[in-house]
Design a protein around this ligand. Structure first.
Ligand SMILES: Cc1cc2nc3c(=O)[nH]c(=O)nc-3n(C[C@H](O)[C@H](O)[C@H](O)COP(=O)(O)OP(=O)(O)OC[C@H]3O[C@@H](n4cnc5c(N)ncnc54)[C@H](O)[C@@H]3O)c2cc1C
Length: 478
């Protein structure tokens, strides 16, 4: 139940990505007077340059991969030469058409979200916002810099949701043509002959996987000894196997010292002196929060050393009426988390019922092929003694449906509390693992035991049958 105010509560939101969008909608739902300031487009980087474009590109990569994979199921593709001899056609991707679709889809999604805000009664200002103390936001609009053509919004509550931008290294400056950040990939008209991806975290791995499946030669440069540092190491090992099998070159323990243009491509120098030449280089070396120059310090908002805004579990900053949601804050950089933080912030500010954010229960997915989905505690934390848990891993190779579909790589792994059998986490590596993880996410959120999970009927044959099979195998004999 929202508090009754004599006048409507005024909420100002800076940034229209998932965090800001959801904060604005929540405010409108609770009857506040909401203004959102956005400099690029509603939907934010998530919709315009990051999540939506990358996952749309990956949908094409998946479709391209399914064609040769169908051969393993006995499907034959051939055409006939003039002489009537069967020949196998090549799978080719028209990247210009793919990227046109990607950008069109992102634009449409942004427009749909803008229309939704307008429908809810949110006022949208296109411009650059900054705090002016604790209770106001000033906006420089298209007319020029601050002070020339600007709006001032007085607000009871302010939500900062300015997101993050690709990290750029001085020795590897993106030029938008050959040396690219992930936001610049969609101008490519042709598939890169040889794409060198620097950085093997989630973003690097997703693009390396996608371009490999689109048909490009790919080299992945990783400073660690395994791709996906910090993720489940069995999952990372499967991905490395799949990457190598697909023809990708993996350079582990290799730090890129510099990237420069050559006459017709790029040269990546590694810190051990080796050099690799390619046609293009994608820099995927992390993000920096967009928190500079927007009046945070002046308003007394505390930042971490990395420049992220320090928030508590209801997204409140060190200034009580200022909240921060999404990648500019010091929590997990995921769109799903940004949405949740935006809503939680406004519900908290307006006195509605809130559940403080439980990061332990966040589900996330790496959109490689196969996908890697995770929830809850991870194996390393259990092995390090941070959580008391049993670990059970069931390879998909024993699953009947996986055999039928010729799925060779993947597993279901469940972590359950020692003694009680309560599910505390899990990992699924499989095609569309993002869709399969949800039963484990429910189990973690609602503290179900492995026996309770095992009691649910999974369809036979189905990949989700491996979840109930794994849960059944973890039964503690009473
Ligand atoms: C390649 C890639 C793929 C990803 N895939 C996924 C995925 O599959 N699933 C997932 O959950 N997450 C994914 N993420 C993470 C996800 O993109 C972010 O967590 C999400 O965008 C965070 O939302 P946000 O609202 O904090 O910020 P953003 O989406 O970055 O939006 C912030 C907005 O604020 C605006 N802004 C900034 N400063 C100002 C200012 N001063 N005034 C006005 N406007 C301003 C920006 O223009 C931007 O539009 C991916 C990230 C990358 C890089």
């Amino acid at each position: 139940m929202a508090f009754e105010f004599e006048r409507k509560q005024r909420i100002a939101v800076i940034g229209g990505g998932p965090g800001g969008y959801e904060a604005a909608l929540a405010g409108a739902q609770l009857g506040a007077d909401v203004t959102i300031v956005e400099r690029t487009g509603i939907g934010g980087s998530a919709v315009i340059t990051d999540v939506v474009p990358s996952k749309t590109l990956i949908a094409t990569a998946e479709a391209a991969r399914n064609i040769p994979d169908a051969v393993g199921l006995g499907v034959q593709f051939y055409t006939r030469t003039d002489a009537g001899k069967p020949t196998r056609p090549e799978v080719a991707v028209n990247l210009a058409a793919v990227n046109k679709r990607v950008l069109g889809l992102a634009r449409q999604q942004s427009e749909d979200m803008r229309a939704e805000l307008v429908r809810a009664g949110v006022k949208i200002i296109d411009g650059v916002g900054r705090l002016d103390g604790e209770n106001a936001v000033v906006v420089s609009t298209a007319g020029g810099g601050h002070g020339t053509d600007f709006d001032r919004i007085e607000a009871d509550t302010i939500v900062i949701s300015t997101g993050a931008s690709p990290r750029e290294l001085p020795s590897a400056k993106p030029d938008g043509e050959r040396i690219l950040t992930w936001t610049q990939l969609y101008t490519l008209q042709d598939l890169p002959e040889h794409l060198i991806v620097v950085g093997s975290g989630v973003t690097g791995a997703e693009f390396a996987s996608a371009y490999m499946n689109l048909g490009a030669k790919v080299t992945l440069v990783s400073s660690r000894d395994q791709v996906l540092p910090g993720e489940d190491s069995d999952a990372a090992a499967i991905l490395e196997k799949v990457f190598t099998r697909g023809g990708m070159t993996l350079l582990s323990k290799s730090r890129a010292a510099s990237v420069e243009r050559t006459d017709d491509g790029v040269r990546v120098r590694l810190s051990d002196g080796r050099e690799i030449e390619g046609s293009h280089c994608l820099m995927a070396v992390g993000s920096v929060p967009n928190t500079q120059g927007i009046g945070l310090e002046e308003a007394g908002v505390q930042l971490t050393e990395s420049g992220h805004i320090r928030v508590n579990r209801v997204a409140r900053t060190s200034v009580p009426n200022i909240y921060a949601a999404g990648d500019c804050s010091d929590v997990l950089p995921l769109a799903s988390v940004a949405f949740m933080q935006g809503r939680t912030a406004v519900f908290h500010a307006m006195g509605d019922a809130v559940n403080p954010i439980e990061l332990r229960n966040v589900t996330s997915n790496i959109f490689t092929q196969p996908e890697i989905a995770t929830v809850g505690w991870n194996q390393k934390q259990i092995e390090d003694g941070l959580a008391q848990g049993e670990i059970y891993k069931l390879p998909l190779s024993v699953n009947a449906r996986a055999k039928m579909q010729n799925i060779k790589d993947g597993f279901v792994k469940i972590f359950a509390r020692t003694g009680s059998g309560t599910v505390i986490g899990g990992v699924i590596v499989a095609p569309r693992a993002s869709e399969l993880i949800f039963p484990l996410a429910l189990a973690v959120e609602h503290r179900l035991t492995v026996d309770q999970v095992a009691r649910a009927y999974a369809v036979f044959p189905s990949l989700s049958g491996s979840i109930t099979d794994a849960a059944r195998a973890m039964h503690i004999v009473g």
